[in-house]
Design a protein around this ligand. Structure first.
Ligand SMILES: [Zn+2]
Length: 66
């Protein structure tokens, strides 16, 4: 089962739901970043990924479809 390596499958530490991966962009800086959030309740966990290579890879996936 290694068909999907593009998104991390991380469970919420409270309810075990698979965290959603959201691509966001800083309002002031304009820099993209990746947020992991629990789909059941955002108060469970919100994690921010700042690794540039990983973030850029996701940006390319989302925005590189034109
Ligand atoms: Zn949760």
């Amino acid at each position: 089962m290694t068909d999907d390596n593009s998104h991390p499958r991380l469970p919420c530490h409270i309810c075990q739901a698979t965290l959603q991966v959201r691509l966001a962009r800083g309002r002031k800086s304009g820099k993209p970043f990746v947020m992991l959030v629990c789909p059941a309740d955002g108060r469970h966990i919100r994690a921010f990924v700042a690794d540039r290579a990983y973030v850029q890879g996701l940006v390319d996936q989302v925005e590189g479809r034109t």
